[in-house]
Write a protein that binds this ligand. Structure first.
Ligand SMILES: *Cc1c(COP(=O)(O)O)cnc(C)c1O
Length: 405
């Protein structure tokens, strides 16, 4: 039976994370006992649910320097990105029809932009530098009189790179252009502040930060400037008309708890994850032909993404699979057999983009797991390379390679 087998080491924290036990404990009463509809204003059941939602909204707002009325709950970051981009486009198209974004964005940003192009909007998709960072001068140059929105992610889901969002926000603010950032990977992991970083719209999700799947939020600035947004879901007028649909108190309570936990242990966790990442990279970089994807320091502490020369990408993943759960490219695009658009944007060849591994180190990853994963990865890569070079090369290896010193 599979339950007796040891499961692979989980190193895919950018795809999703387990729900923290403390988050689950906070959620449970809202499924059964406090099951009311927060919109039921006529009785205690509704008031209880509404009070929980109110408290959660305040906690999430506080975590990003916003006020509670600026938080619109959604089903996750995909919906938040869609609402931000299409909602702004629809509300501001008489002012302008130009949008600026970046080649390394998540598909939940790129696809809505592409959809808007089909409706007559113009989208500039900026390239990145070889380390994955946006060139600020190129960004500024791309802005036009008719630019209504710029969308640049806070932290990349594949290579972990942190874009200079405070600088981008400042440039947009000075030009009167709205700034949206997809912070799905950043919330609860690195500091975010909508005031200090001049952010007008920000997409959040719970499941990358040890909260439940299926819940997220869009921050929508209410003053200096007040952002207008055309709703994308019409109905009962929930969330001040911006997103209709009955609120989901257990998920909302869990989301807030997850964000609070992330914030309360952020500094120590950044240190711990940075050390684990350093340890992993130190071991892996002893191999020849290992290429780091993305800037080494300006990245999420738990992210390492490498390309491996001289091995087949598919064989590499198959070799690693029994021991560790990692991914190649993003989980959202891995169903399609296409090299990652993010690695392509860094200028990696197709072969190197295919032969890439994303390690997502998380809250529950241990030093022992990192050591075991590194050791296995090194063995797998070495054996794949031997197999490719020549099946009989085993016997002709120089003695020094097998001698311990
Ligand atoms: C995971 C992710 C999304 C999608 O979020 P969901 O809540 O799963 O819809 C969007 N953007 C980035 C950067 C992500 O990492």
């Amino acid at each position: 039976m599979s339950e007796h087998r040891q499961r692979p080491i989980y190193l895919d924290a950018h795809a999703t994370t387990p729900v923290d036990e403390r988050v689950l404990a906070a959620m449970i009463p809202y499924f059964t006992e406090f099951f009311g509809n927060p919109s039921s204003i006529n009785h205690q059941y509704g008031w209880e649910a509404e009070a929980a939602v109110k408290q959660a909204r305040e906690a999430i707002a506080e975590a990003i320097g916003a006020s509670p009325e600026e938080i619109v709950f959604t089903s996750g970051a995909t919906e938040a990105n869609n609402l931000a981009i299409k909602g702004v486009a629809e509300a501001y198209f008489t002012k302008g029809r130009h949008i600026v974004t970046v080649a390394t964005e998540h598909n939940a940003v790129l696809d809505p932009c592409q959809y808007l192009e089909s409706l007559g909007f113009e989208v500039t998709v900026l390239p990145v530098q070889s380390d994955g960072l946006l060139d600020l001068a190129a960004f500024e140059e791309a802005l036009r009189e008719d630019t209504i929105l710029a969308s640049v992610m806070a932290a990349n889901n594949e290579i972990g790179v942190l874009q200079p969002i405070a600088e981008i926000g400042k440039i947009c603010r000075d030009r009167g252009i709205l700034f949206h950032t997809d912070a799905a990977q950043a919330i609860g992991k690195i500091p975010l502040d909508v005031q200090a970083q001049s952010i007008d719209l920000m997409s959040l999700t719970a499941h990358k930060v040890y909260g439940p799947k299926g819940i997220g939020a869009l921050y929508v600035r209410r003053r200096n400037p007040r952002v207008k947004l055309a709703p994308q879901l019409h109905g009962g007028g929930h969330e001040r008309g911006m997103r209709s649909g009955t609120l989901y108190p257990p998920q909302i309570v869990g989301f807030a708890k997850a964000v609070e936990l992330g914030l309360s242990q952020m500094d120590e966790e950044i240190q711990r994850l940075t050390e684990l990442r350093r340890r992993l990279w130190e071991k892996l970089s002893q191999l020849d032909g290992i290429v780091l994807n993305g800037h080494l320091e300006k990245r999420l502490p738990g992210n390492l993404n490498v390309s491996v020369e001289g091995v087949d990408g598919q064989a590499l993943l198959l070799g690693l699979q029994p021991v560790m759960a990692v991914s190649s490219g993003s989980a959202c695009t891995s169903a399609k057999i296409e090299p990652s658009h993010v690695l392509a944007a860094l200028g990696r060849s197709e072969a190197l983009a295919y032969a890439s591994v994303r390690f997502g180190i998380g809250r529950f990853t241990t030093v022992e797991e990192i050591d075991r994963a590194a050791e296995q990865a090194i063995l797998t890569i070495a054996s794949l390379r031997r197999a490719t070079r020549s099946p009989s090369s085993e016997d002709t290896r120089p003695a020094s390679r097998t001698t311990r010193s």
